[in-house]
Design a protein around this ligand. Structure first.
Ligand code: SF4
Length: 63
């Protein structure tokens, strides 16, 4: 499973990065970076929560 971000929808509020900083990183220009390709098992549930918590629905899981 991977996670992708729609940069045109992301408003850089940092919710996902706050929930799973190992996977999501906001840089100094408020661009969100996905730090991993295939999501490690130990972060899978947290990433699902982050996807569901994004108020802009900018995150999507790809199996
Ligand atoms: S929670 Fe959504 S809007 Fe907020 S930084 Fe993450 S992807 Fe962007």
């Amino acid at each position: 499973m991977r996670v992708i971000v729609d940069p045109t929808a992301c408003e850089a509020n940092g919710i996902c990065a706050g929930l799973v900083p190992e996977v999501f990183d906001l840089d100094d220009t408020d661009e969100l970076h996905i730090l991993v390709g295939e999501i490690p098992d130990q972060f899978a549930d947290a990433v699902r929560r982050a996807v569901g918590s994004c108020p802009k629905t900018a995150l999507r899981l790809v199996e």
